[in-house]
Ligand binder design. Structure first.
Ligand SMILES: Cc1cc2nc3c(=O)[nH]c(=O)nc-3n(C[C@H](O)[C@H](O)[C@H](O)COP(=O)(O)OP(=O)(O)OC[C@H]3O[C@@H](n4cnc5c(N)ncnc54)[C@H](O)[C@@H]3O)c2cc1C
Length: 366
């Protein structure tokens, strides 16, 4: 798979895993990749994620090697989703053997530097950087007959018999699931999804205009609703970029921040990414429904792009634990309401005290 060199350059990050292009720049690049092709976007998102993980948790030597790998055009990825037999680590002195398989390993046939999560005996997760070109694990593409996202080549990869040395381990146990990066990182795939939404809106408008159907009031209204949904998605991405930028600033400012301020910024990152997931999924589903109505059955014939765009977007909308995400947003809502109630009752008792003081003053005048 060919990825635009400009996008590859935009994936660079600093030693804290913060994108050099800035949070908005990072999301714009992901959105652009998704617009070109959602499978390209999926692969690119994994590449960006892995480089940020190496940036944040890797050693200086690992960061340098990663930089060199990227310069040589090697693609990174993150393979976390488990198969029936999750990947485990069996330590033997200074060597670390892997046992088990990963499903949904996007770019299995061409990503050469995946971060593969593997469980230590106590169940904690370890990031392992597996040099696919050197160790050649067994790749099984036979079950890959997806509804969409075919070109992401998200196959099953078995790691049995592969051993790594300490240089192959990135960070320590549990680093992969640290917050706000783990939940908050979801903003990246919502940016790719937004690129897919944008493409579908563009192709629908083009299809209608080319057939002289753009003057029709109902089609105009449909396009209007699609554009509003697209812009809703974009506003959520902007909110995600702002929340991440605020967190980066709080985490880096040795004077102005307190742990509580940093914690609040981290919570905001998670809540905003969660909200973006829900809102952008809804925006995508609205756009898909309207696009299908707008182009009709004739528009769903290939080689027109709609069948593929819709199938890819429908497939890529399926991301981990959506029910848990909306339930977490619900908990944020309860916490916010409780904080509001506490603030209101503090205000009430404050103004009660003020009223009491005022009547004392009146009494003393009399
Ligand atoms: C094209 C594509 C490429 C991917 N590439 C990668 C990759 O490179 N690396 C990687 O790590 N992953 C990858 N994934 C996997 C992805 O990150 C998710 O893990 C996966 O999409 C979730 O699958 P699912 O919808 O079947 O999940 P499920 O978690 O099974 O969710 C399905 C439904 O069940 C609900 N649910 C979840 N858990 C429970 C429960 N315990 N009890 C009851 N209900 C539950 C969910 O809320 C949801 O409604 C990829 C996915 C896609 C679609």
């Amino acid at each position: 798979m060919k990825i635009d060199p400009q996008l590859i350059a935009a994936a660079q990050c600093d030693g804290d895993g913060v994108p050099l292009a800035g949070r908005r720049g990072e999301l714009a690049a992901l959105r652009r990749a998704g617009y070109v092709d959602l499978s390209v976007g999926r692969i690119y998102e994994g590449h960006v994620n892995a480089l940020q993980l190496v940036g944040r948790f890797g050693t200086a030597a690992q960061r340098e090697t990663a930089h060199d790998d990227v310069a040589h055009g090697r693609l990174f990825g993150v393979w976390n989703t488990q198969d029936d037999e999750p990947v485990r680590i069996v330590a033997d002195g200074a060597r670390f053997g892997l046992v088990g398989a990963k499903s949904w390993a996007s770019g299995a046939a061409f990503v050469t530097r995946p971060i593969v999560t593997a469980a230590w005996p106590d169940g904690s997760l370890q990031m392992c950087l597996v040099p696919m070109d050197a160790v050649a694990p067994a790749i099984d593409a036979s079950a890959w007959q997806p509804h969409g996202m075919h070109d992401s080549q998200s196959y099953l990869v078995a790691f049995d018999g592969i051993t790594l040395d300490a240089e192959g381990l990135v960070g320590g146990p549990g680093d992969y699931v640290r917050q706000p990066w783990f939940f908050g990182g979801a903003i990246r795939f919502t940016a790719v999804q937004t690129g897919g939404i944008e493409r579908l809106v563009y192709e629908t408008a083009r299809y209608l205009a080319e057939r002289g159907r753009d003057g029709d009031l109902v089609q105009n209204m449909r396009l209007g609703e699609m554009r509003v949904a697209l812009r809703t998605a974009q506003h959520w991405l902007d909110a995600g970029a702002d929340a991440w930028s605020a967190y980066d600033a709080a985490a880096r400012d040795p004077n102005a921040h307190t742990d509580a301020a940093r914690e609040r910024a981290a919570e905001d990152v998670v809540e905003t990414a969660d909200g973006a997931r829900i809102a952008i999924e809804r925006a995508a589903l609205e756009v898909i429904e309207r696009a299908m109505r707008a182009v009709g059955a004739r528009g769903l014939l290939e080689p027109l792009p709609f069948v593929r765009l819709v199938r890819d977007l429908e497939m890529y909308l399926r991301q981990p634990a959506p029910d848990a995400v909306i339930a977490r947003v619900g908990r944020f809502a309860f916490a916010a309401a409780s904080a509001q109630r506490s603030a209101a009752s503090a205000d009430d008792s404050g103004s009660g005290a003020t009223r009491a003081n005022a009547s004392d003053a009146q009494a003393s005048k009399r």
